[in-house]
Design a protein around this ligand. Structure first.
Ligand code: ZN
Length: 316
């Protein structure tokens, strides 16, 4: 069984490490854990750290230099895929098939045309914001009365017109519903859990889960401890599986996927979920899902089947 991980900050990590003087590559820093964890494919994003001293546009340029380096390195186990055909073909290799994504387009300023430039460089996935608000939309820390802007609406249509993957993780509720109203394709929330089980601002309410499901979209359940439970002692694999079970109850099995967002390589004092600390531990998840009563075909859908179906439905 292989996994498709809808969210990992690998391009942020490699770029940030390089800017801090470390000459890491995907092979040297990430591949071993991913291979142990049977990760066959993933969306790797460039995240823009708003506390960074580097301007977002500069960081994005550095990140795409790093991405180009990986794309042209014949020895890398990261295989950047630009369409569904390539994803299907590479899935059976030992390498990790990677869709290049961006988490927040602050760096675009108010330019819609920059999307085309980065598309040419390999970008195929877009989250409109991180937690902040920008010219296009409003993240969970932005003004709750503000949603998608007129420019944001144009951007949504352009992203979908170019058969790119639109990601609603990090949007505030108003932006979420605004996007659903104007979207002409299924949408994804790559890394969020169930608000009914843990009232975190980044988690999805049941109406949101139902709406994503009704559109044929998917939600990646995430391992971030604070999204699992407010009670630190409840941040474990069992609770992670409870979030999955709740998503299945509310949205149906076809809606549920995995967007791990492991942060072990980003924060030095990272407190991971017990028995599920990093991406190498996915077999523990299979065991926990089986114990909960999910069948092998159901687990397969969550591990990669739903992600594949969704990605194809975007026209990618
Ligand atoms: Zn995120």
């Amino acid at each position: 069984m292989k996994f498709f991980d809808l969210h990992a900050d690998i391009f942020y990590d490699l770029t940030n490490r390089r800017l801090n003087g470390h000459d890491d590559t995907f092979n040297s820093r990430h591949y071993a854990k991913m291979k142990t964890g049977h990760i066959g494919g993933a969306i790797f994003v460039v995240w823009n750290d708003i506390q960074s001293k580097i301007q977002p546009a500069d960081f994005l340029n550095h990140a795409f230099d790093q991405i180009q380096r990986e794309m042209h390195d014949p020895s890398t186990h990261m295989k950047v895929v630009l369409d569904s055909c390539a994803l299907n073909e590479k899935w059976y290799d030992d390498d990790v098939s990677v869709i290049v994504g961006i988490e927040g387009i602050e760096a675009f300023g108010d330019s819609i045309m920059l999307l085309d430039d980065y598309y040419e460089k390999g970008l195929r996935h877009v989250g409109l914001t991180w937690n902040e608000q920008n010219a296009f939309a409003t993240g969970v820390n932005g003004d709750s009365g503000r949603g998608l802007t007129l420019l944001g609406r144009k951007m949504v249509l352009k992203i979908q017109d170019r058969n790119m993957i639109l990601d609603l993780a990090h949007l505030n509720e108003r932006s979420f519903w605004d996007v659903l109203r104007c979207s002409c394709k299924p949408i994804m929330v790559s890394h969020s859990n169930a608000y009914a089980l843990c009232p975190h601002k980044r988690n999805l309410k049941d109406e949101q889960i139902k709406a994503v499901s009704a559109q044929g979209g998917i939600i990646g359940v995430t391992s971030v401890g604070s999204f699992l439970s407010q009670d630190m002692s409840n941040r474990n694999l069992e609770v992670f599986v409870e979030h999955i079970a709740h998503m299945v109850d509310v949205g149906g099995i076809e809606t549920v996927a995995l967007g791990f967002d492991f942060c072990d390589y980003i924060h030095e004092n990272y407190m991971g979920v017990e028995d599920f600390e990093d991406v190498s531990k996915t077999m523990n998840l299979i065991r926990a899902l089986s114990k909960k009563g999910f069948t092998p075909p159901e687990i397969e859908k969550m591990a990669y089947g739903n992600a594949f179906r969704f990605i194809k439905s975007t026209g990618f």
